[in-house]
Design a protein around this ligand. Structure first.
Ligand SMILES: Nc1nc2c(ncn2[C@@H]2O[C@H](COP(=O)(O)OP(=O)(O)OP(=O)(O)O)[C@@H](O)[C@H]2O)c(=O)[nH]1
Ligand SMILES: [Mg+2]
Length: 448
């Protein structure tokens, strides 16, 4: 897939959001950081990356609409911001015939090749298409266009003697009117210098095309902004043909720069052959890039295993220092559904960089069941304040539930441990040492 590595990085960042237990500023900051790294690696303009980061942080502060979880809201914000980063695409309609499309761009970016691709695209759709060669700068340009015309079976108009492209247009203007779509090839330069600017401006005035398409090579990277802005200023580009998408991981720069001038990417070139053309639809491109299908599934799964409201409640209880045996039990049940705690702690903000032994907090299903039974034999007060459970009470509970006293003691120890564990980590990052201490204690008891 195009921009595979950018896609992978964005997907990974969003998956973390989807599986996070709480969405707090740390999750948001981490997400933004990862997004920045991924976009910069794909060569998106630094300023644009900064803008998108700020907007995501700002929007993430808003309360989600009813029925939408904080997670879904955050993923939607990223999705929408990426779409706005690339700009809304559009389809060129062949309305007023002939539709004149003039192609401009620097040397060797793929103008002539792209014209033959667009020619094939429209002729396949039943339109009468012709190509007109106005690149008088490079001697071989007109031959190249003729050859491409033969390949895609579209008539080509060229004049190999005439040096002034405006005169060539004059000569073929009448004849070209018989066609639905006229595709006009112009000359490139190494940079958008005064000479090129003058040439395309004069041509545009003379031809009055409905569309002026800037052909841009997708490996242009950070330089894209300057080129896009320059051409837009010189000749009011209406859209972009992005070439060579097959050959670069850095296309993010060119893609994102397109939105700067509101001249969207209309087509992308994905190879050297005339059929290597795709129309560009921002929404579906972004959905593909982010793997929205996968993400949706992940969100669903996360919803089943841990209810966000419950998670919030738990967070609050922990903050207030109220953590009951019921809470422990519910958490352990939820964790069983989601997988080992070490996996889950990766998703909890603040715990993400802690390395837990993989079997820590793994409670066997059967043991968890017995703990449940023991809890049924406890009073509400006991569950809310397990520290008050003395040896005598343990014996009573054991009798009532048929759970051995040793297991009840173990459960109470676990409770203390988890309470301490969360209490310690809330609001500050635990050191690796703290953690190892706890892990050793827990591991030694072999419980969860
Ligand atoms: N891989 C790949 N190569 C492409 C693509 N588009 C164009 N090319 C190649 O890029 C090279 C330059 O293409 P041209 O169409 O001659 O470029 P141009 O902008 O017309 O060049 P000048 O007229 O000299 O300014 C050729 O070798 C094309 O085959 C694309 O989408 N993918
Ligand atoms: Mg050319």
């Amino acid at each position: 897939m195009i921009l595979e590595s950018l896609g992978d990085k964005l997907k990974a960042a969003l998956k973390k959001v989807a599986s996070a237990v709480f969405i707090d500023t740390r999750v948001i900051d981490d997400l933004v950081k990862e997004l920045q790294r991924a976009l910069l690696e794909a060569d998106v303009d630094v300023e644009l990356v900064f803008e998108i980061s700020e907007r995501i942080k700002e929007k993430a502060k808003e309360e989600p609409r009813p029925g939408i979880s904080k997670k879904e809201q955050l993923i939607k914000i990223v999705h929408d911001e990426l779409i706005s980063l690339l700009g809304k695409g559009r389809e060129i309609q062949v309305k007023d015939k002939p539709l004149k499309i003039m192609f401009v761009g620097l040397y060797g970016v793929g103008k002539t090749t792209s014209i033959s691709k667009v020619a094939l695209y429209y002729s396949k759709r039943g339109y009468k298409v012709c190509m007109l060669g106005l690149d008088t700068h490079r001697p071989a340009a007109r031959d190249q266009l003729e050859q491409l015309g033969e390949k895609v079976k579209v008539p080509v108009f060229v004049d190999k003697q005439e040096k002034d492209p405006r005169k060539i247009w004059q000569k073929f203007e009448q004849e070209a009117k018989r066609f639905d779509v006229i595709l006009i090839d112009t000359a490139g330069r190494h940079s958008l210098d005064a000479e090129l600017e003058k040439e395309i401006r004069e041509l545009k005035e003379k031809i009055r095309p409905q569309e002026v398409i800037l052909t841009l090579s997708s490996d242009i990277g950070q330089a894209a902004r300057k080129v896009v802005e320059g051409f837009h200023k010189a000749c009011g580009t209406t859209g972009i043909f992005l070439t060579k998408m097959d050959g670069t991981a850095k296309a993010g720069g060119a893609l994102a720069a397109a939105s700067i001038t509101k001249a969207p990417v209309l087509f992308i070139g994905t190879g050297e052959k005339p059929q290597d053309i795709e129309t560009f639809d921002t929404t579906s491109f972004i959905s593909r890039l982010l793997g929205m299908g996968d993400l949706q599934a992940l969100l669903e799964k996360a919803k089943i295993s841990i209810d966000e409201k419950d998670a919030k409640k738990l967070e609050q209880r922990l903050e207030e220092g109220k953590f009951t045996l019921d809470d422990l039990y519910e958490q352990l049940k939820a964790m069983r559904k989601m997988g080992p705690l070490s996996k889950i702690t990766e998703m909890i903000p603040g715990f993400s960089n802690m390395k837990l032994p993989s079997d820590m907090m793994q409670v066997q299903e059967s043991k968890l069941k017995r703990w449940g039974h023991a809890m049924e034999s406890m009073t509400k007060k006991e569950k809310e304040n397990p520290d008050t459970i003395t040896g005598e009470r343990i014996a009573r509970i054991s009798k009532g539930s048929a759970v051995p006293t040793s297991e009840i003691r173990e459960m109470l120890k676990q409770y203390k441990m988890v309470k301490g564990f969360f209490g310690m980590s809330k609001g500050k990052t635990m050191s690796q040492k703290d953690l190892q201490k706890i892990a050793r204690k827990m591991g030694a008891r072999g419980g969860f």
